[in-house]
Design a protein around this ligand. Sequence first.
Ligand SMILES: Nc1ncnc2c1ncn2[C@@H]1O[C@H](COP(=O)(O)OP(=O)(O)OP(=O)(O)O)[C@@H](O)[C@H]1O
Length: 741
Amino acid sequence: MSPKRPSDLQFALDLDTDSPDTSAPEQSEPQTLLGDSEAMMGLLAQWRGNDWLQPLDVEFARFLRQSSTEQGEPLDPIVILLAALVSHQVGRGHVCIDLHALLSAPRSTLALPPEDGHRTDGAEACLMPEDILSELSVETCMAALNGSSTVSNGSLTTPLILSGTKLYLRRLWRCEQQIAEGINARLSAPTELTEVNSEPARMLATTLSRLFRQNPDGGVDYQKLACALAARNRFAVITGGPGTGKTTTVVKLLAALQAIAGARVNNGQARRVFRIRLAAPTGKAAARLNESISKAVEELPWDELSGSLQKDDIPTRVTTLHRLLGSRPDSRRFRHDRENPLIADILVIDEASMVDVDMMASVFDALPEHAQLILLGDKDQLASVDAGAVLGELCQRAFEGHYSAETAQWLREVTGYELPEDLQQGDGRGLDQAVAMLRRSYRFEENSGIKALADAVNNSALSDDLLHKCRDKSFNDLAWPGPDTPVKLPADLQQLIANHAVTGSPECFQNAGKDRQVRGTEVRPPVGYGHYLQLMNDHNLNARNPRSDWDQLARQVLEAFADFQILCAVRQGPWGVDGLNELVVEHFSGKGLIRTGEGPWYNGRPVMVTGNDYNLGLMNGDVGITFRVPWGEDAKPMPMVAFPASDGSGEIRWISSSRLQQFETVFAMTVHKSQGSEFTHTCLVLPDRLSPVMTRELVYTGITRAKHWFSLITGDPRVLRDSVQQRVVRASGLAGLLGQD
Ligand SMILES: Nc1ncnc2c1ncn2[C@@H]1O[C@H](COP(=O)(O)OP(=O)(O)OP(=O)(O)O)[C@@H](O)[C@H]1O
């Protein structure tokens, strides 16, 4: 009988997490442990007791040991150790563990013991992972792994897979294989546009010339190039920073593809356009794309486009990936898979940086072989919460282009543009030819502080001059109030943060945020949360008002709530989500903006859903506002939470607060949770101490959530610079499978 896969194991094991077996064995020498599996299990239990490993990590190792013993093959203690460590790494977002990295830098690779102080306080004295790993070589580990029936190179159904020097849990190894197979198969299949002299390619050139006007500055239009590249390939990625036109480009791409498909009617065939599906990883991101795609479709130069193209040919309804694939309660399997594929010719996924390997593999599993997949996203944003950094890996070489001479020539014929020489390299590989990077932001003006700071963070180029300009209001969209020295106590800044939360502190911005225009449109000064709370408190609706009046109010309030958002790098402590939520609630309550005396579900309480709830139709990340509506008996107020429908239809869904299962107050949210959202004004709070979660990607993601106003509040200004020096690096083999490393 083949051993169970870890994914099944995670479900099958009834983990007794309340009473971990932490009975500490006598402290053994590393050498003794490496020869004694019982002692090794004891050490893992100690690490678990110190909260350094999760129960699942230890149970996984225990399960492998037990099943090996039952099969008459005692498991090598080295394999026991590595099994627990690979499970630990997966819990930290890695897809695998690389033995070279593990043995050369165990502490930084494993982040054990944890560096944030948390979980080391009161930890029981025990051997450190590095004490044991320093006794091992890559060769010894490989010999132990290769000698175990729990490990194979993938040709057998073993729980662990060793690929080169990378050790995987089988499920994630399989996910990577599936993604690579899906991409490679699509890249190697020519399309009707591959041949530059073909009728469809000529039609593409004509349509693109109508969709894109000549660049006024005479430079290359990267949106047009991206459109052409994505049209040519069955798999394509369009990456770019905020406001670089990803949505605009993909709408033009879909218009071009549909125009080509629709034109076939002239050749005597029945008119048949592509079946297009649009998806995003979260409800919030789907709703945002819904809105921007509808706008972009309206803005297409319809008069100039081929008569065979109709508005309805470009869908504007965006769904979440979970809904698209058909998630089922209590199952990790989706309704759509290779046995029951999606009905689609083209699938567009926005905010693809948030998609983990597991989900991406499910997408390829459910996608019909012929279907084209287009990923949109910002490669520099934080990676997915769960394992992998798929978009980042696919875009590893995007900045330098690496386009081949053949691609350059094809682009010249189809777009009329000559690729800049530095984007053409002789070493161009298959995937490079299908990745396009947009390089100009249309959201921010040239002198935008948000843009300048985001770019500098991204390039790790935070100069003194730039930081000084951020401090002294040189930019009209950015404020960095507070002392420029480390604060002694969080309380020193609490008033500042609390004031920001009420009014958005326009006085901290240049000219108090007044008289500002962006691309000819006036931008209102910052308003903080005070604006939405005022709308909540000033209305005069009562029990006699129809539901539609309440819907209208909820729509206005939800829109006003998106005017401001506090973002935190960390969750705990006075600088974290928990502490700042408490601070805001206390301050607002003191000012009479909210009435906490009404109970936990006070009028105006904003909440974010923290887990998918298929019964209620709510997705992780959905944000709603509590209204005490007079809908009870005798017009008794009852707390209902108003959520916007995720299809962007503007409908409001009222959910009784008592039905919500997983949620949290969201005056402050983590940067992780803010992915896929944008706010008129974002206030990023960085703590007074660096921690491993504070990385360049996190700071960049936090800054780029801001549409018009950005404030930075720092416990210690040096933390900004230090965070930018830390990167999110995730072990994975995907780039290698796609020839990208
Ligand atoms: N070539 C262009 N010329 C002028 N304006 C443009 C151009 N491309 C995009 N825009 C405008 O810039 C704004 C951002 O464009 P779009 O929404 O397509 O970017 P995005 O990369 O999808 O943004 P986000 O970062 O929000 O996902 C829109 O208002 C759009 O109309």
